[in-house]
Every structure is written in C-alpha cells, then in structure tokens.
Design a binder for this molecule. Structure first.
Ligand code: GDP
Length: 439
C-alpha cells in the first residue's frame, strides 16, 4: 500500500540541499515533486495544493538544526503535515455512558460492511466488551447468512430476521434484544446498493431515526480511489457520519483516498481493513500510516531527538567560539556529552539510511568514553589552556582517568589539529593550491 509514494518521496528528500536555513530555492524542485507524486497517488488536487503551500510556509526560513541535514529536516516537516492531513491525533470509537453504544455501518454493496461488522465485534470482544450484531442487509441475499456464520466463528450473538425486507424493523428489534442481553455495543450492518441513490439514503435515515446511533461509520473500499472521497461527501451530507472505515488497504491501491478524506469531508478515518480475515482490522493511526508512506520513521525520530538534545543557543555560542578561536577542551567535552544525549552511537547511526554497513561501533564509543574521562580529570584551567600541562600532571590525569599517558598526548595532539582546522575555516582560508587566486 502506498509503496510507490514512499519510494518517490525518498528520492525527493535526497535532493534537498542547503546550509543553515531552508530557502525557497533549496526546496523548490522538491516541492514540485511532492506535488506530482501526491497527484499521481490519486490525492485530491485541492488537498495537494493546500498541502504543498503549507509545507512551503513551514520550511522556508526554517533553521536547520545542528547535526541534522536539510533533507532530514524537510522529511520531518512533510511528515508532520501528512499526519495533520490525516486528522492529527487518533480518532477513537465513542462509548456512551449508558449501554449499549449503537454503531451503525453504512456503505455501498461490496465495500466490506458485513466483514467489518464481524471484525469490529471481535475487536470489541477482545477489549472485554459485549458486542451484539444486527444483520439488516435486506438487499444482498446472502448478507444475513454471512453475518450469522461470522458471528458463530467469533462467538458473538447475531440478530437477523430471515425473509424480512424491513431494515428499520430489524434494527429496532435487534436493539431491543441486545439490550435485554446486556450488550455493551450493538453493531448494525445495513444494506448497500451498487450506487448512491435516494432509496438507500431514505432507508439509512429511517434506521438512524429509529436507533439513534452514537456512531455512524461509513465503510468505503479504498480501491475505488478518488470516488471514495465523493462517496464520503454524499453520505456525510445525508447522514452526518462520524467517521470512515477504509477497507482493502491491503490491496493494490494508490491510497490517495486515505490522504484526502479527512481534508475534504472533515471526518476522520477510524479503522482500516487490511485483509479478508476477521483479525485484519486496525485502529487507524495517522503517524503509522505516514511512517509507512514515507518509510522514514527513523529519520523523523532522529530529528525529534536532536531537537530535544540540542540547545540552539548552545549551538550559536559554539559557532562564535569557533569563529574567534576560543573553542577549548571544556567546549569539546560539552559536545561529546550532547552526542551522548542522543543515545548510544549505534542506535543513532542505525536510524540513518545506509548506516548498517558501518560495522561495529563499540570501539568508537569506547574511544569517546576515554576522551571524556581524560578531559574530566583536568582542571578547568587546564581545559582552557592545555598547553600548561606538564609531564607530571599528564601522568596524574592518565592515572585518574584510567588511561596511558600516550592516550592523553594523543588527545591533546588531535585537539590541536582540530583547532588548526577550525582556525583555517574561521579565517576563511580554506586550503588552496599555491598560486591560485593569488592565494
Ligand atoms: P458488504 O457488501 O459491504 O457487506 O461487503 P462484504 O463484507 O461482503 O465484503 C465484500 C468482499 O470484500 C468480500 O469478498 C470480503 O472478503 C472482501 N473484503 C472486505 N474487507 C476487506 C479487506 O480489508 N481486505 C480485502 N482484501 N478484502 C476485504
């Protein structure tokens, strides 16, 4: 599901370049491609337009967090907006204060209502509820029988009235029987038609009036693409639905419907169907779907962690220090500790695509710990001016931090080299070939 979109997006993210801030130029072609790939995934064009504008608004001028590259930052922005597009926080099923809670299902024939009725009953049963199924699909000949068989499979009682064509009557009777049996939920499986028509809507309005459901869920086949959005709109106009169930998301769908429904109709997707079996039901979690679409969940959590761990003021003052060449071992220690805040090195790197080939990171981690211990054994004064360290002090420091004197010397030498490089950058004197540009 939505795999193509994911692959497209990953290509797009790689191309976002730039330093310091995301500018309109950095993201121009990326935005264009985001737009195209969403349209190709069958997302409603108005939704796409608004979405792309929002991304642009959020991204342009955004400071790129220290330690994160602009592509990763862009991923995070797209991720958050997609979650928002899908309805933000998870929409839950209502539970009324007084039993039973009535859930009415509506939808076209073949959408998967009967299957979903059984799936939902099992889902609720597992949560310790006492569901009751009512089969009022008087239109499709085998529907009631189908529900009865499914009910037996999951051991949930089913109310049907074989031969009856009175959907409204079946529903009110079923509700009464369910009450007598102390049900906590009643699920009404209503009839569909091949297309939306007056008689269907009248029947559904009638059932709504008679049973006063706390929740009307529209069951929609995700495979019908854009039509799902139009369908949801017309059902919503007649019935004022509470949410949508998207079925058959396991199939070869472009998934655009999922991304458009909330934005166009204003009603959240509450469940998804991901297979023909009774357990193939999931509560709809926008973040999870987006993570699946983008295939970049790990990058997103890396950016989140960096946002938490890295104080932008700290990063600014670090930049200043590098510029005026006052970066000392004390600052170095702080940087090491910031990296540690992100978690074990292996964990951080595993989050980056392609980092699997880096191999064992334990030696690098050990080295970091050593360096930290050495710096911590120095006095503040020594950290600021390591050149004052005499042989005897180096010995003491080595002993205090459990390393050899050669390790202390190695660190001091590396730090010196690092300072040389920083000096070069801060003077703007990038290494040049002699004679070039008067250099
Ligand atoms: P109804 O007419 O709306 O009651 O539709 P049914 O519940 O009879 O479902 C129609 C067909 O869709 C059946 O063959 C179901 O097995 C199938 N179906 C329902 N939900 C799903 C789903 O989430 N995934 C897949 N692959 N098939 C489904």
């Amino acid at each position: 599901m939505l795999d193509n979109l994911g692959t497209r997006f990953q290509e797009i993210f790689k191309k976002v370049k730039g330093h310091g801030k995301l500018s309109e130029d950095n993201i121009k072609s990326a935005l264009k491609e985001v737009r195209l790939s969403l349209l190709e995934a069958d997302v409603n064009y108005k939704v796409v337009k608004e979405f792309v504008n929002k991304i642009k608004e959020k991204a342009v001028g955004e400071e790129v967090i220290t330690g994160i590259n602009p592509g990763q930052q862009f991923v995070k922005i797209v991720n958050d907006e997609l979650v928002e597009l899908l309805g933000g926080t998870n929409a839950r099923l209502t539970k009324s204060a007084k039993n039973p809670t009535v859930i009415m299902l509506a939808g076209l024939q073949g959408a998967g209502k009967t299957t979903f009725a059984a799936k939902l009953a099992k889902f609720l049963k597992k949560k310790g509820e006492r569901p009751y199924l009512v089969g009022a699909d008087v239109y499709r000949p085998a529907a009631m029988k189908q529900l009865q068989v499914l009910g037996e499979q999951i051991d949930v009682p089913v109310h049907i009235q074989e031969g009856s064509k009175d959907a409204r009557g079946i529903c009110s009777d079923g509700l009464n029987v369910a009450k007598e049996n102390n049900a906590t939920y009643v699920i009404l499986d209503t009839a569909g038609r091949l297309h939306v028509d007056e008689s269907l809507m009248e029947e559904l309005k009638d059932i709504k009036k008679a049973t006063r459901p706390q929740e009307i869920l529209l069951v929609v086949d995700a495979m019908i693409g854009q039509d799902a959005v139009n369908l949801a709109e017309s059902f919503n106009n007649s019935l004022n639905i509470d949410g949508v169930v998207l079925t058959k998301l396991d199939g070869d769908t472009r998934g655009g419907a999922a991304l458009s429904i909330k934005a166009v109709v204003g009603k959240p997707i509450k469940f998804i169907g991901i297979g023909e079996k009774i357990d193939d039901i999931e509560l709809f979690h926008p973040e999870r779907l987006v993570s699946r679409i983008l295939g970049m969940g790990d990058v997103v959590s890396l950016v989140e962690k960096a946002q938490e761990a890295i104080d932008e003021d700290d990063a600014k003052s670090l930049e200043e220090k590098i510029k005026n060449q006052s970066f000392d071992l004390e600052d170095f220690l702080k940087q090491l500790q910031n990296i540690k805040k992100l978690g074990p090195l292996g964990g951080i790197l595993k989050m980056l695509p392609g980092a699997g080939q880096l191999g064992d990171l334990a030696p690098a981690e050990k080295e970091m710990k050593k360096v930290e211990a050495v710096i911590q054994s120095m006095t503040r004064e020594e950290r600021k001016k390591p050149e004052i360290l005499k042989a005897s002090r180096k010995k003491r420091i080595a002993k205090g931090s459990g390393v050899e004197v050669s390790d202390v010397n190695k660190l001091l030498k590396q730090f010196d080299q690092m300072k040389q490089v920083m000096k070069m950058f801060s003077n703007g004197n990038f290494p040049q070939m002699p004679g070039m540009m008067g250099g």
